[in-house]
Design a protein. Structure first.
Length: 301
């Protein structure tokens, strides 16, 4: 299964968290188009500035060890994901609770396997054990979300990007690279997304905007990669729609951004470039900007 690709955090010994993400190297025409795009905060955002971001390493802004400048994992503020881009563009105060390696199950439940957040598939420690997150909390990410939303009544935006690590974890812990287990994994992701949004809407009594952030394809010229990313997005989106959400079409946004590179997201510069050659699986600064614009478009829809 090409969609479920596992990469380790090198010396950190922690499984990375992404889905069929793209790969890395432009800055030219893409960044120029970003600069030309008007990004203005709406009135309700400037009046009510709180924004809660939930998710995995993509939302966190994680970069692989073999990137420049060398990532400083001891300082979470040196990692910028699309939540920080959205917050800066729209005047929102961001609480980014994302954890690299988080699965849809570990976001909800404590003491369960993750793909590198609380623990690693090989039994090692998780990212949270060794390094700080953007915000500090005990318990699960969902427990933090409830506490945050109850104590921040002016929150006007919640984003959720989750599910890729469920597939990565399945690949790393099965003998057939999750080929036979994938339908059950997608079903579990849908059930967990339902649980997450039920808690946010009912237990946290949050009634305002929720944006589901979709994953993108590793290679838009490859039908298999496309189908696998779309299957994950469909599992999340179908579970989320009853909860009055908007969908950030990151899949389509990355596809458009990679058009001039023949659908090759690495050549398009949308993912991190590795000093060892090739691309990582996490968004570059340009890739994070694409995600941010997709979120902003969903907010205005």
């Amino acid at each position: 299964m090409r969609f479920i690709r596992s990469h380790k955090k090198g010396s950190a010994g922690v499984g990375l968290a992404c889905v069929g993400l793209l790969v890395a190297g432009l800055v030219g025409p893409i960044t120029a188009s970003f600069a030309a795009t008007p990004r203005r905060a709406t009135a309700w955002m400037t009046a009510n500035p709180d924004y809660l971001a939930l998710g995995d390493s993509v939302s966190f802004g994680y970069r692989e060890p073999a990137t420049l400048p060398p990532p400083n994992y001891l300082d979470a503020s040196t990692f910028t994901g699309y939540p920080e881009d959205v917050g800066a563009a729209l005047g929102l105060q961001v609480a980014n609770a994302a954890c690299p390696g988080e699965t849809s199950t570990s976001l909800v439940e404590a003491n369960v396997p993750s793909n590198g957040c609380e623990n690693s598939p090989g039994g090692g420690p998780g990212y949270r054990t060794a390094f700080p997150l953007h915000v500090s909390y005990s318990g699960t990410q969902l427990q933090y979300a409830v506490q945050y939303l109850r104590s921040h009544p002016h929150t006007r935006l919640v984003t959720l990007m989750i599910g890729a690590n469920d597939a990565f974890l399945c690949q790393e812990t099965t003998t057939d690279d999750c080929a036979s287990e994938l339908p059950a994994v997608l079903k579990r992701i849908s059930a967990n997304v339902t649980d997450i949004l039920t808690v946010i809407r009912q237990e946290a009594h949050y009634r305002r905007q929720v944006v589901i952030v979709n994953y993108y394809s590793l290679d838009y010229a490859n039908p298999v990669d496309n189908a696998e990313s779309q299957a994950l997005n469909q599992a999340v989106d179908s579970a989320a729609m009853p909860f009055r959400v908007q969908i950030a079409d990151s899949y389509g946004a990355f596809q458009t951004a990679a058009l001039q590179s023949g659908g090759n997201t690495c050549t398009a510069g949308l993912l991190t470039q590795l000093t060892t050659g090739g691309c990582g699986v996490h968004p570059s600064a340009a890739g994070q900007a694409v995600l941010a614009l997709a979120v902003e478009e969903a907010i205005r829809s």
